[in-house]
Every structure is written in structure tokens, then in C-alpha cells.
Design a protein around this ligand. Structure first.
Ligand SMILES: Nc1nc2c(c(=O)[nH]1)N[C@H]1C(S)=C(S)[C@@H](COP(=O)(O)OP(=O)(O)OC[C@H]3O[C@@H](n4cnc5c(=O)[nH]c(N)nc54)[C@H](O)[C@@H]3O)O[C@H]1N2
Ligand SMILES: Nc1nc2c(c(=O)[nH]1)N[C@H]1C(S)=C(S)[C@@H](COP(=O)(O)OP(=O)(O)OC[C@H]3O[C@@H](n4cnc5c(=O)[nH]c(N)nc54)[C@H](O)[C@@H]3O)O[C@H]1N2
Ligand code: SF4
Ligand SMILES: [Mo]
Length: 738
């Protein structure tokens, strides 16, 4: 009963997710068994104190929170009513933060692996002993082979300070963040190359007449204020166009759903642009004023007739024309979404360039409904480790530049290859801070090989996950609810008339549990032991916050008094287009011998008997990081594999059957899942939610539940311009079990 009550409240408050994603959630629940989770019901919220200043990091959108706290224990999270971003709304995962905080499986003490990497046996040790080992081992490696023999795999706000220490002060060039090389780096670089703008997700959907989504499955992919803008746009009558081989939550709301053949989006984008140019249905004046190399571009994409694209994309000619006309009729107020997780096939820079060119062609920059660059608060001080003169030296630094348009850091594949081969030099020390490399980076065998050849692996996490099994020393970090490590800034969510900006420093809502420590303290202690004590920029997380805020004349206390968020007047996000240039033809790309106008590079079709493996977000989890969360796993316990209904008949599969997946290289999924039979996916593809199939037995609620998509991604494509990993070039068969 208590459990039910809690669940009902939990779902009720998870309003955004509940409103936009009934389909997938109902499906997940229908297929689930009952998962036993600990009782988390607080009884009531009487006599609780509201603590302000929380900043969520169940995902990287960082919504602003308040906590209901009684006797030092957090009972409930809510959106901060002062927030001009998420407001009082949180998604299901954000609400679930309470259950993350008290997950009994969480890391509590420093641990030493006295077993093997991958099959750990943990011994609890003191912080002193753990830090001494880390300092000594890392120093030995640097002394022997140089700073370049360290590889750093960070992610999230917890990892910024450690990343800066190892990259700037110790000086290794081998730093790879998944947000760049397995996520959005390609997008950022392609847009910078085309429009000189890093787009983030700053597309003004709230005020758009058309919203155009290429694979972005908003509603399953949830970032609260982003979804608010999207829903507001739809409410105000925006037409929605969705390109997706799957009937996603967004497709279910679309005016035009294009179930495009996977991997062919660039062909459709080129045909749309060619049609618009040939029929003079583009923003002629805007292009004349801002376009660079437009004639070459127009000439170069001429071959992309509607008919040719229709055949390539498996989409009717009339539908491509319908989409193109809709965009033309509503330009410039069209929201061409730049996407976020865009590392798909290893030809992704070209697709992102095509999206940026389409945005330019329609003049949809700096206008209502278009791509805008809202101006956030200025003046916060960035606390940084001092940069050593030798920082970044090493051949791998030069090799990174083989991918001339790589985002910040080093392409993961270069580090992995160098570590495994020892060429151009050995990489023997590994620091992993908030990144689950096993599930995040395709090619698990190679990741494991890389880790096995290391002399030392340090991992800092909040949970035991698949990556922590490979640590020699495993350190327990504070979670985002227990520390001060980040200042979230932004603007009014809907770019409304009242332009505002905000500054929201993350403040701990509760004291750290057990022996957990924050990353500033941990890194400083390691730095001292490696001989960099005199380089430490701040002694504590509180001092870091104070120094940052000094730049804008604020203090934590003052912001606390203001309700946890400082709000100030902002600037009009529209206009300011005078200096804008749109590089339809990129001379910079031409100089490096990349296709200088957006170019379609076909992908390999599925071999006979196989279907392409696609994957994406579930509204109820963030990758693997939330999978063990007692509340969330209860709602979404496994990731059923979506199979087209006609295919299911041919294969003799029924809804609910248990299957194993086998890929083109004969790699079998370690675990099984159930089949979701649906007309809502193309016949040539299957689909899984990412983040399941945990192998670490210490994650007691989630171990072996569902299938790990990454384990089946053994064929890897590298995007030549950016060096990022393409992951959708793998094919699977389904094998019925039992
Ligand atoms: N197959 C496949 N691979 C993918 C994707 C996919 O869809 N499919 N998506 C890609 C994308 S878009 C992204 S952004 C990446 C995400 O890649 P990751 O960021 O690696 O994914 P997470 O599962 O969030 O793992 C983060 C790790 O950080 C830990 N962690 C959480 N909070 C803290 C903290 O406060 N401190 C510390 N020290 N650790 C913490 C978690 O427990 C977890 O072990 O994955 C990419 N890889
Ligand atoms: N609930 C939740 N929300 C999240 C996250 C989370 O973990 N959980 N993670 C956040 C992060 S870091 C990111 S990067 C974003 C990622 O969110 P998105 O950028 O939306 O990326 P994916 O989840 O990879 O997108 C998967 C969609 O692409 C479709 N697709 C597959 N192949 C193709 C193709 O060839 N063409 C087209 N047009 N579509 C294709 C799939 O069917 C699926 O609907 O989500 C963010 N939001
Ligand atoms: S979108 Fe959800 S999980 Fe992400 S920060 Fe906001 S509340 Fe947290
Ligand atoms: Mo991402």
C-alpha cells in the first residue's frame, strides 16, 4: 500500500514525462514483471523543511530543485518555484533522485580491488590509504612515461575539476568525453563550420510555425524546459514533422511522420533543399546577404531530385514535396532541430552540415521560431588549474588533428587504439570520473583490452556500475544532492517578452552519507600526493563557489535568501544577424579535402536475415546511470525489443516472447528480453532502449535486466571530420528462447 501511494505521487509529480510519453511507459509496464524494491514511502511531508539550491543531475539538463527535508533526510524533490527554466516541473528521473540518494547499493567507502579487473573482490580501505595509492601509482606512471601516458575519461559537472587538473596541470592530451565523441560534438562542430554558432538545443520551438525533428524523439528524450518549449509550440499550432524509422512519442504527435530508411536522412535533406532552390521557395534575400558559396552549393546538390531521394529513403515523392512546401510556406519561423545524440553512422558531420544549411536556406536564424542564441549571464569566474607549459604535448595530439573538425578533447578511438597497440606511445594510467565506458563506448572488447593493459585504473563514481568492475581503486563521490560543484545559468525557457537570465549554484540539500567526499577535495588530495600541492586553485567546493560568484557580486547566502536562484534582466534573443554568415560551401573543409558541400554517404544495408539495431532513450531512465534506481526500475524494468508486426509473423514471434539478440559478428546478447510486436517500426530495423543489461551484480535491482545494446555494437564507424563514433551500423537476428 505504502509503495503504491508513493508511486502514485511520484508519477503525478512527474507531470511532463507522464503527459508526453504514455505509449512507451504503458508498454514497458505491460511487459514487466513486478520488481521488488525497498519501501521508500515517507509517510507524509508534514514537518519538513524546504531546502533551496538543488540542481538536478539525473541527466545533464540540470533543472533547479528544492528538497523537502526532515531530520536531515531528503523525502521529496520538487522543481524550484523560482525557476524561470523548468519551473515547478521535474521529469520522472528528476523526482527519482531521492531513491538514487538512498539506493542501498551506492558506493559508501573507498575500495581496493584485490581480485581481477572485471571480476573484482573489494576490500574496504581508509581514504588515506586510497589516496596514497592513487598518488603514488599515477606519479610513477607520469615519471616513467610522461603525462601523455595517462588517459582521462570524464563526464558531467563532477568531472570538470579533475579533468582540468589532469589535462592542464599534469598535461595529458588524452581526454575523451562522451558528450563530444559519442553524443553531440559532431553537431557542434558542423554548425560552427556552417553558421559559426554552437547550437546547443537553442531552437525556439515555443514560437515556431513548424517544428522539424530528424530522429530527435522528444518526449522520450526529456529535458524539461526543452519539452515545455516543444509542447508550447504544438499548443500554439505549430506543425510537427518527424523523420524517424520508428513511431516515436514525437511521431505520434506529428502532422507528417516520415518513416525514413535508417541512414538516409542526408539524401532527403539534400532533395528538400534542391527542390526549394529550383522553385525559388527559399529565403532569397537572406541567402544573398549572408550566404557564402551558394552557387557552388546549388549546383552541387542538383542531382538530388525528389525522385532520387524517394528511392534512396524509401519515402514517397509526394511526402518529401509536402515537407519541403510546409517549410517554405512557414519560413523563417521554422525550428530545424539540430539534434543532440547525433553520432549515428560515421557520416554524421555531413548530415549535420545539411541541417545547418537548411536552417540558413530558410533564414531561420535569430528569428522567432528559429535557431536563436539566447544570451546568458556574464561575469562568473571560471576556477581553473594552471596550465603547464608542456600541457597537451604528445603525438596523439597531432593525430587528433587528422580529424580536422574534432570537438574538444581526443577522439576516444585514438586513445583506445594507442593504449592497445602501444603506438605512438604507451598509455598506462587511466582515470575514469563519471563515465560508464563499458556501456557508453561501442566495441566493449576493445575497451576491456585497453583497461586490462593499464598499470593503474582509478575510478570515481556514486554507484557500482559495469565500469567500476575494472577499477583498482574505486572512490565514492558525493552525488549532486550532497555537494556544491556547479553553477547552472540560463535564460527564460520560452524566450518570452520578459527577457530574463538566471544564476543557480548547486547547493547540497543534505549532508554527504557514509564516507563520501566531493570531487574538489578528492582531486586536491591526489594532486598533493603527485607533487602538485602548490598548484591547487581552491581548497574546497565552498571556496570554489564563492570565488566564481565573486565575479558577479553574489554570495551563496545571498542566493539562498533569494530562493536558490538569482534572476536578473536579460537580452532579446532575436535579431543580431548582421554579421551572420552561412557557409553553404565550406572552403575550410575543401582545404582539408572533405566534401565541402553537404554530401550523402550511403550506409551498408542489413545483410539478408538481419535487421538494423537502433536504440534511444526511455523517458524513465538516463542511460545506465539511473537503471538501478529503485523507483525508476520499478516503472521500467526491462527494454523490450521493438519488432515490426509483419516481421514478427514471418519469424513466428509473438508479443511477449523471450528472445536473445545475435549480431552480424556472431556476438550474442548475454541476457534476454521480451518482444514488443508493433507496426510502429520499419521492417528493416529493431529498437532497444539504451542503458539496460547491467552485468555488475552489485547493482542488485538491475543486474541482468534487459539487454545491453552496446554489447551488440561491435562494428564501429568513425566520422572522418570529427573522429566521433558511429554506432548504428550493426545488425541483429532474434533467437527465441524457451
Ligand atoms: N549504445 C549506446 N551508447 C551510447 C548512447 C546510446 O544511446 N547507445 N548514448 C551516448 C550519449 S548521447 C551519451 S551523452 C553517453 C553517456 O555516457 P555516460 O555519461 O558514460 O553514461 P551514464 O550511464 O550516465 O554513466 C555515467 C557514470 O557516471 C556515474 N555518476 C553519476 N553521477 C556521478 C557523480 O556525481 N560522480 C561520479 N563520480 N560519478 C557519477 C554513473 O553512476 C555512471 O557510472 O553515452 C553515449 N553512448
Ligand atoms: N529520458 C531521457 N532523456 C534524455 C536522456 C536520457 O538518457 N533519458 N539523455 C539525454 C542526452 S545526453 C541526449 S544526447 C539526448 C538524446 O536524444 P536524441 O538526440 O533524441 O537521440 P537518440 O535517443 O539517440 O534518438 C533515437 C531516435 O532516433 C531514431 N533513429 C534511429 N536511426 C535513425 C535514422 O537513421 N534516421 C532518423 N531520422 N532517426 C533515426 C530512433 O528510432 C529514435 O527514435 O537525450 C537526452 N534526454
Ligand atoms: S530533465 Fe529530468 S533528469 Fe534531467 S535535469 Fe531535469 S528533472 Fe533532472
Ligand atoms: Mo548525450
Amino acid at each position: 500500500m505504502a509503495m503504491n501511494l508513493t508511486r502514485r505521487n511520484f508519477l503525478k509529480t512527474a507531470s511532463i514525462a507522464a503527459a508526453s510519453v504514455p505509449l512507451s511507459k504503458v508498454a514497458a509496464r505491460a511487459e514487466s514483471g513486478v520488481v521488488k524494491t525497498p519501501q521508500v514511502a515517507p509517510g507524509s511531508f508534514k514537518n519538513t523543511k524546504t531546502v533551496v539550491g538543488g540542481v538536478c543531475e539525473m541527466c545533464f539538463w540540470r533543472c533547479q530543485l528544492v528538497g523537502k527535508v526532515r531530520d536531515g533526510r531528503l523525502l521529496k524533490l520538487e522543481g524550484n518555484p523560482k525557476s524561470i527554466d523548468n519551473g515547478v516541473s521535474l521529469c520522472a528521473r528528476g523526482n527519482g533522485g531521492v531513491a538514487m540518494l538512498y539506493d542501498p547499493d551506492r558506493l559508501k567507502y573507498p575500495l581496493k580491488n584485490v581480485g581481477k579487473r572485471g571480476e573484482p573482490k573489494w576490500e574496504r580501505i581508509s581514504w588515506d590509504e586510497a589516496l596514497d595509492i592513487c598518488g603514488k601509482k599515477l606519479k610513477e606512471i607520469v615519471d616513467k612515461h610522461g603525462a601523455k601516458s595517462l588517459a582521462i575519461f570524464p563526464h558531467g559537472s563532477t568531472a570538470r575539476y579533475p579533468m582540468d587538473f589532469f589535462e592542464r596541470t599534469v598535461g595529458t592530451p588524452n581526454v575523451s568525453e562522451p558528450s563530444f565523441f559519442q553524443c553531440r560534438g559532431v553537431r557542434d562542430m558542423a554548425y560552427i563550420t556552417t553558421l559559426e554558432i554552437a547550437p546547443d538545443e537553442d531552437v525556439d520551438m515555443a514560437n515556431a510555425k513548424v517544428i522539424f525533428l530528424v530522429g530527435s524523439h522528444l518526449g522520450e528524450n526529456i529535458h524539461v524546459s526543452h519539452i515545455k518549449g516543444y509542447l508550447k509550440g504544438l499548443e500554439r499550432g505549430a506543425k510537427l514533422v518527424v523523420l524517424d524509422p520508428r513511431f516515436s512519442a514525437a511521431a505520434s504527435k506529428a502532422h507528417i511522420w516520415v518513416p525514413i530508411r535508417p541512414g538516409t536522412d542526408t539524401a532527403m535533406l539534400l532533395a528538400i533543399m534542391n527542390y526549394l532552390i529550383e522553385n525559388e521557395k527559399y529565403a532569397v534575400d537572406f541567402v544573398e546577404e549572408h550566404g557564402e558559396g551558394f552557387d557552388e552549393f546549388a549546383e552541387g546538390i542538383k542531382e538530388w531530385t525528389l525522385e532520387r531521394a524517394a528511392a534512396e529513403c524509401d519515402v514517397p515523392v509526394a511526402q518529401i514535396k509536402q515537407v519541403a512546401d510546409l517549410l517554405a510556406e512557414n519560413m523563417p519561423n521554422v525550428a530545424i532541430h539540430p539534434g543532440r545524440h547525433v553520432t549515428w553512422y560515421g557520416n554524421d558531420f555531413q548530415r549535420e552540415r545539411a541541417l545547418a544549411c537548411l536552417t540558413g536556406l530558410l533564414g531561420a536564424v535569430g528569428v522567432q521560431g528559429g535557431l536563436v542564441k539566447p544570451k546568458g549571464p556574464k561575469g562568473l569566474k571560471r576556477i581553473n588549474w594552471p596550465k603547464a607549459e608542456t600541457a597537451g604535448e604528445g603525438d596523439l595530439r597531432r593525430m587528433q588533428d587528422v580529424h580536422h573538425f574534432h570537438p574538444p578533447g581526443c577522439p576516444t578511438e585514438l586513445i583506445r587504439e594507442a593504449a592497445i597497440s602501444g603506438d605512438p606511445y604507451p598509455i598506462k594510467g587511466c582515470v575514469i570520473w563519471g563515465q560508464n565506458m563499458i556501456q557508453t563506448i561501442p566495441g566493449q572488447d576493445r575497451t576491456i583490452k585497453m583497461l586490462e593493459q593499464m598499470d593503474f585504473v582509478l575510478c570515481t563514481d556514486i554507484m557500482p556500475t559495469d565500469i567500476t568492475m575494472y577499477a583498482d581503486i574505486l572512490l565514492p563521490d558525493c552525488s549532486y544532492l550532497e555537494k556544491y560543484d556547479f553553477i547552472k545559468t540560463g535564460t527564460q525557457w520560452d524566450f518570452s517578452d520578459e527577457h530574463q537570465q538566471y544564476i543557480a549554484p548547486r547547493m547540497a540539500l543534505v549532508e554527504p552519507g557514509f564516507e563520501r567526499k566531493d570531487s574538489i577535495w578528492i582531486v586536491n588530495e591526489i594532486a598533493k600526493r603527485m607533487g602538485y600541492g602548490d598548484k591547487i586553485p581552491v581548497v574546497s567546493q565552498e571556496e570554489m563557489m564563492a570565488q566564481s560568484l565573486e565575479g558577479v557580486g553574489l554570495t551563496l547566502d545571498k542566493i539562498r535568501e533569494e530562493g536558490g536562484i538569482h534572476i536578473q534582466p536579460g537580452e532579446d534573443p532575436y535579431g543580431n544577424n548582421e554579421d551572420l554568415l552561412v557557409y553553404f560551401f565550406s572552403e575550410e573543409m575543401d582545404d582539408y579535402d572533405y566534401p565541402a558541400i553537404p554530401t550523402y554517404i550511403p550506409v551498408e544495408p542489413p545483410p539478408a536475415g538481419y535487421m538494423r539495431l537502433l536504440y534511444g532513450r526511455t523517458p524513465l531512465h538516463t542511460f545506465n546511470r539511473s537503471i538501478n534506481n529503485p523507483w525508476l526500475i520499478h516503472e521500467a524494468p526491462i527494454n523490450p525489443v521493438w519488432v515490426n508486426d509483419k516481421v514478427a509473423v514471418r519469424l513466428g514471434l509473438k508479443h511477449g516472447d523471450t528472445v536473445r539478440l545475435v549480431n552480424q559478428d556472431g556476438v550474442e546478447s548475454r541476457t534476454t528480453t521480451t518482444v514488443k510486436v508493433t507496426p510502429g517500426i520499419r521492417e528493416d530495423a529493431v529498437y532497444l532502449y539504451h542503458g539496460y543489461g547491467t552485468r555488475n551484480k552489485e547493482m542488485t535491482f538491475s543486474v541482468d535486466k534487459g539487454v545491453d545494446d552496446t554489447s551488440l555494437i561491435t562494428k564501429i564507424a568513425i566520422d572522418p571530420e570529427s573522429g566521433a563514433h558511429g554506432m548504428r551500423n550493426n545488425f541483429v537476428k532474434l533467437v527465441k528462447v524457451g
